[in-house]
Write a protein that binds this ligand. Structure first.
Ligand code: ZN
Ligand code: ZN
Length: 128
């Protein structure tokens, strides 16, 4: 048992050692599952980034960077997303609850995926 050797569990009673090993093996399974999930999340992240990096057209200033809708000069002029600094229309924004701040839908998705990635790394979300 490699794991047992690493941790030097020889000072423990046999039944204690057994239960610890059981936990470790279970952890290993969880870890593998988490790794799979993280890999999936990372792929999602790439996918969102790819989707979000549309090359700006010539009149990019007056277009929503997300849905390519033409923006008006007076109404629905769009606003710059704090995060990616791209101009987006009002429909492509997601605001945080109870806050004035908003992000464009791509930055929002990125944020959600990053947050669950961070949570996975911290192991908070590791419960089955
Ligand atoms: Zn839009
Ligand atoms: Zn953005």
């Amino acid at each position: 048992m490699d794991v047992a050797d690493d941790l030097n569990l020889s000072f423990l009673l046999e039944h204690e050692r057994d239960s610890i090993l059981k936990v470790l093996q279970k952890d290993e399974k969880l870890r593998k599952r988490e790794e799979k999930r993280i890999r999936k999340l990372k792929n999602e992240l790439l996918e969102i980034k790819r989707k979000g990096s549309r090359p700006p057209r010539e009149s990019a200033e007056r277009q929503c960077a997300r849905c390519i809708k033409t923006l008006g000069l007076i109404f629905d002029r769009g606003e710059l997303c704090d995060e990616c600094q791209l101009r987006v229309c009002s429909e492509c924004r997601v605001s945080a609850p109870k806050r004035r701040q908003w992000r464009c839908n791509v930055c929002f998705e990125l944020c959600v995926v990053r947050m669950s990635l961070a949570r996975s790394h911290l192991g908070v979300d590791i419960l089955p």
